[in-house]
Design a protein around this ligand. Structure first.
Ligand code: 3UK
Length: 513
């Protein structure tokens, strides 16, 4: 039941792109956005041109293309063009800052760095900090795209690959230290599209997909690109930041049948839904992932829209959702039941399986999981345990097979569905002259969504007031991805510590409730 056949020479780009021409879908719209539309045959031609262009730059099997690109058809062309030519695309978060990009340039030793002009300031500054110099820079400001995708041969013979060849990377942040690149294989996107997309969500050729989560997240990559391309559906793209207004606007204009969001966005959409009264009648299903969806948000959304939100847990390492609620088979507040093709175990501290109802560490197994972390054997060993993958999450399972999220086993926070390391926020805050010592913990807001909270011991003369808080927040926003700033502050005389001087974050978390 849970098997997929991969023909020999399998280059996954042929399945996601070229197959649609053979199936007579060439004139169907593959991608729609405020800037226009792209048919499946236009998509296939531009993918081929990208494959030629990258090959002509001297790139070959296994070389990396780092992509700091907004959600646009160009993202599709470059990603699939690279894969078709045996080259490894590495899409990265576009909200990061120069030192993050400098790290990724050095760590990936990318041959090509492609970036949307909007991100030029941080990306170009990163190039001057980085040790490695990518041989080719592609700044997408209109000219590079015209050269890459609008000229040259329209056909390209796919470089043969096998299902277990390396295909693309996605960076994932860790609680301490630097992000690590999860190396995904050719089969992985097929496995997620088939097991979660087709067999769990029931996606078909008639579906129109809109993902508020961006393509550079594994979640958005599946929702907004691989799932539509797997079934020959249509992807709707939003270039800008997803807000309640921009997302409702896109839904009304392009009438998607499937809508993918994160809990924070659903919560902020609910705040304005009575005032905007958007027409959401095209939507047959909504999906949430990235962090747990509070049952209250599920209920309020269903009450206002008549549509259920299917919460499911996925990860960058698993590529997409492996435990999910379904239509007609859901429990609000839970992550749902196993997706076909995946197995799960919940283990105690002695690596023994716990009984239903008991909390333990969730480990999973499935054919879409990343093979290893690039150049990080220690983190690879801690996470990829043979065929099993350590999620780092605490879970329990009820007697009906539904899984319930109970928190992380590290200190990492999910804010708006995106990773946030408390240690990174602390390191940034102590650079501020007013801060002597700081500890950052997660605090649930009234909607049940976690936000970073800073506990600060001030240096010298600094006064704990609103203007200092504003100043600390802008200090953070200038140095880190903008979602990482603390939303609340506590100024204290000292931080709780152990006898050996380690900050006791659990005591702050208790105080924070
Ligand atoms: C947490 C959830 C509770 C959990 C992702 C869907 O989020 C994704 O990938 P990331 O690598 O983070 C993975 C971690 O996020 N998490 C995700 N979804 C849920 N916790 N309920 C949920 N529904 O800690 C997990 O280990 O950023 C989500 C598809 C692909 C993805 N990459």
């Amino acid at each position: 039941d849970a098997q997929i056949d991969f023909p020999p020479g399998f280059n996954v780009a042929e399945h996601f792109i070229d197959r649609h021409l053979d199936d007579g879908r060439g004139s169907k719209v593959a991608i729609r956005s405020n800037r226009g539309q792209v048919t499946y045959s236009e998509l296939a031609i531009r993918v081929n041109r990208a494959a030629h262009a990258l090959s002509a730059m001297g790139l070959g099997r296994g070389d990396r293309v780092l992509m700091v690109l907004k959600d646009s058809p160009d993202f599709f062309y470059l990603f699939w063009g690279a894969i078709k030519a045996g080259i490894v695309p590495v899409p990265v978060n576009t909200l990061l800052r120069r030192k993050d990009y400098a790290y990724m340039i050095d760590n990936s030793e990318c041959s090509v760095l492609a970036y949307s002009a909007e991100y030029g300031t941080e990306v170009e500054a990163a190039l001057s900090i980085a040790t490695h110099a990518p041989a080719t820079l592609l700044k997408f400001d209109g000219t590079a795209e015209a050269r890459l995708f609008e000229t040259g041969a329209e056909t390209f013979k796919a470089v043969p690959a096998s299902a277990t060849d390396e295909c693309f990377w996605l960076y994932s942040s860790g609680s301490t230290g630097r992000p690590k690149a999860a190396v995904h294989l050719h089969r992985d996107m097929v496995v997620t599209s088939e097991f979660y997309g087709v067999r769990t969500l029931g996606i078909t050729v008639d579906d129109v997909f809109f993902s508020a989560a961006k393509l550079f997240f594994a979640y958005g990559l599946g929702n907004g690109m691989t799932f539509p391309l797997w079934v020959g559906g249509t992807a709707v793209l939003l270039e800008e930041r997803p807000t309640p207004h921009s997302t409702f606007d896109i839904i009304e204009r392009f009438r998607p049948s499937l809508y993918f969001g994160v809990p924070t966005l659903y919560a902020s959409q609910l705040q304005v839904i009575d005032e905007i009264r958007p027409d959401l009648s095209s939507i047959r299903l909504c999906v949430s992932a990235g962090e747990a969806l509070p049952a209250d948000i599920f209920r309020r959304w269903q009450e206002r829209t008549g549509t259920v939100i299917l919460d499911g847990i996925g990860s960058t390492e698993a590529l997409h959702i492996f435990i999910s609620n379904r239509e007609g088979k859901l429990k609000p507040g839970s992550s749902g039941t196993l997706v076909p093709g995946y197995e799960a175990m919940i283990l105690d501290d002695n690596d023994q399986k716990v009984k239903d109802g008991e909390i333990g560490r969730l480990i999973i197994k499935g054919d879409s999981t990343a093979k290893y972390y690039w150049r990080d054997p220690e983190k690879t060993a801690a996470t990829m345990m043979g065929e099993w993958l350590n999620t780092g999450d605490s879970y329990y399972r009820d007697e009906d097979g539904y899984f319930y999220y109970c928190g992380r086993s590290d200190d990492m926070l999910k804010v708006g569905g995106i990773w946030c390391s408390p240690f990174e926020i602390e390191a940034t805050l102590v650079e501020h002259p007013a801060v002597l010592e700081v500890a950052v913990v997660g605090r649930s807001d009234p909607e049940g969504l976690v936000k970073p909270e800073a506990w600060i011991v001030l240096a010298g003369e600094a006064t704990p007031d609103k203007s200092l808080e504003d100043d600390l927040q802008s200090h953070c926003k200038a140095r880190m991805a903008p979602y990482k700033f603390p939303r609340t502050f506590h100024f204290v005389d000292e931080l709780p510590k152990t006898a050996t001087g380690k900050i006791q974050r659990f005591r702050l978390r208790l105080d924070a409730q």
